[in-house]
Design a protein around this ligand. Structure first.
Ligand code: PEP
Ligand code: MN
Length: 366
């Protein structure tokens, strides 16, 4: 089946270093703030400048952006520094105004990406604009198809320069990350669309200045294509997201500290180690299959003797035994808990299937 995302082409970003960095303030606040931030960012080698004009704030009554008048400031940035300029769009009016002002890059924010009507409205307003680059942030909920669908809507409108931004996902009560990274979602996106550029936004992910460096390093180590970072000439006075904004000079130091590891896929030693991993995986699968067969036999036995499926004390003792064994093997107890909880859930599911089966012979099915 044809996939719209097969049509995307390379992003037109100039780069001044190995790492492509899009940076700028969370919000445009004044002409002075925009120009001085842009000049400093230009001086440290940033080639794409971001600033939000229409801000999707969680709570009403907070700073909601300067709106259309900020477009004039972005035009000045473009003229004076030669940087490409980027802003967030959430409605057809935003797109029309940004197109008119000659904005190079538009991004769709996490909240907007959750709403297919809004993304379609943006796509319609962009119809045929193959000179524009559109970056789509992940939706606030960890729904990969919704994210992909958003990008497909944009590409289907004739925009060919499209990329994704991983900014992390909302969760209730998690306060280490502002938005949990869920790197595996970006890895799966890359697996499905190896040619799609993926950026990381460590600012909204971490929500704190001190997490920008480690998250950026992790993103590069995961093979992501660039960074999307909030930077303000005077972060402590920022009108939005001040806890996660850094000055252009702090950004320069972070960029300097990043280690760019080679993209080489393999070496002889790596191949040898990967063979060992493949053998371990095969053992794991065989063991799991054996375990499930035994589980189904136990299910059949319980059914015959009128015993209930879930026996918590048995699960508790398996878990305790495995945890103490895990400790002596140097395995993380959190990890082992997760693995055993997944195994236990599957065992219960299998046994319930046996309980509900009319044909008792089916327990060896595996
Ligand atoms: C932003 O980048 O300024 C922004 C509002 O981000 P997000 O959509 O990721 O919350
Ligand atoms: Mn922000």
């Amino acid at each position: 089946m044809k996939d719209y995302l097969d049509n995307i082409s390379r992003l037109p970003f100039k780069r001044a270093s190995n790492t492509l960095i899009i940076a700028g303030p969370c919000s445009a606040e004044s002409q002075e703030q925009i120009l001085s931030t842009a000049r400093e960012l230009k001086s440290i080698g940033v080639t794409v400048f971001r600033a939000g004009l229409w801000k999707p704030r969680t709570l009403p009554g907070t700073f909601e952006g300067v709106g259309t008048k900020g477009l004039e400031w972005l035009k000045l940035v473009k003229q004076e520094t030669g940087m490409q300029v980027a802003t967030e769009v959430a409605t057809r009016e935003h797109v029309a105004a940004a197109l008119y002002a000659g904005i190079d890059v538009m991004w769709i924010g996490a909240r907007t990406c959750t709403n297919p009507f809004a993304v379609q409205e943006i796509a319609n307003a962009l119809k045929g604009h193959d000179e524009i680059t559109v970056l789509v942030k992940n939706p606030v909920n960890p729904d990969l198809d919704l994210w992909i669908g958003g990008m497909q809507r944009i590409v289907n409108a004739g925009v060919v320069m499209v990329g994704a931004i991983l900014r992390g996902f909302s969760s209730y009560g998690n306060n280490y990350y502002r938005n949990v990274p869920e790197w595996q979602i970006a890895i799966e996106l890359h697996r499905r669309y190896p040619h799609l550029p993926i950026f990381c936004d460590p600012s909204h992910m971490g929500g704190k200045r001190e997490l920008i460096a480690p998250l950026s390093q992790q993103a590069l180590d995961m093979g992501l294509d660039g960074l999307f970072i909030e930077s303000h000439c005077n972060p402590d006075e920022a009108l939005s997201d001040k806890d996660q904004q850094i000055s252009p000079f702090e950004l320069r130091d972070i960029v300097k500290s990043l280690i760019i590891r080679g993209k080489r896929q393999s070496t002889e030693i790596l191949d040898m180690l990967r063979c060992q991993i493949d053998a371990c995986d095969e053992d794991l699968l065989n063991t799991l299959s054996k375990r499930i067969n035994v589980c189904r036999m136990i299910g059949a036995y319980k059914k015959e003797h009128g015993m209930q499926v879930v026996q918590t004390n048995r699960y508790d003792s398996i878990l305790q035994k495995s945890l103490s064994q895990a400790e002596s093997l140097g395995l993380s107890s959190e990890f082992i808990k997760n693995v055993f909880s997944a195994i236990h859930q599957e065992s219960v599911r299998q046994q319930i299937e046996i309980m509900n089966a009319t044909d008792m012979g089916s327990f060896t099915k595996g």
